[in-house]
Design a protein around this ligand. Sequence first.
Ligand code: ZN
Length: 333
Amino acid sequence: MKLKTTLKTFFLLAFTGLLLAQIVPDIDGYKTLKCDFHMHTIFSDGLVWPTIRVDEAINEGLDAIALTDHLEYLPHKKYVSTDMNASFEIAKKRANFKKLICIRGAEFTRWMPPGHFNALFIQDANKLLINDFLPAIEEAISQGAFIFWNHPGWIVHQPDKVVRWYDVHQTMVDRGWLHGIEFANYHEHYNAVLEYTNKYDLAVLGNSDIHGMAHEVFLKDHAHRTLTLVFAENKTEKAVKEALFAKRSIALSDDDILAGPKELVDKFIHACIQIKGYTLTNLSEIPFSLENNTGETYVLEPLGSLTMPNEDEWNIKNVWINKNEHLKLLLGH
Ligand code: ZN
């Protein structure tokens, strides 16, 4: 691997590595919001009190979070309330005070198939405690929920980590009850998800699924947690909801792998990378790895700049628009 790093970008990287609020550009008149729609507290199998999730999010420069405690898995129930709205209600007060968007959510926790699903923007999590899966989803839908499939290739559900599309997933799509899928979850990502999000026009998400402390789980080794970037009209819950249902989101894993629908990802990348002939300037804190047809690789560092060889077509190796397809960056014009 050929790596061009100037002293200047090295120091910028060293410096920005300490900053948790990642710089990401806005696009198309939309604000780019940093969101995490999947996390746990002591009210299911998480290890922290709900207000800690708010404080972590504020410290990391996030704009929106959803608390999504498991509905069917409550290992601490001997010691804490089993009211499935409790974590949201505790966190919401602090989030309002800190000006963080905090969305009421819950996680349906079933064996595969169907697997795990999050419902966001619900009204009452307790009403989702229904044994049969599809009637439980139907109740969430009646509450106005945005529903996404969590970690479809999780090793506990799929020992070979292969993402499989079952009849129940098709039923959900056919009924309009599935709105998105996690491409990235925790420290993993699943490329095969893009085949389905492209085919059925579903939102692409990336979420932390954090159970412990953010500092231990993500920030010790990464500049940020796994995130969903949402392109919203403004920083309100209503605008986040509108943007998710309109599929204006892309996933960003903790190791800076980015994925989403081609047109949206292309716009975002062109807002991140300024191109002047063969000179690139990265206006974001996301690094980009560029590879030509002969396999030569150059890394455009966060906030760095780079003069490339005079070749027009490059694959951005850490940016995916389909199962086996990187976004291409065209230079020289
Ligand atoms: Zn979870």
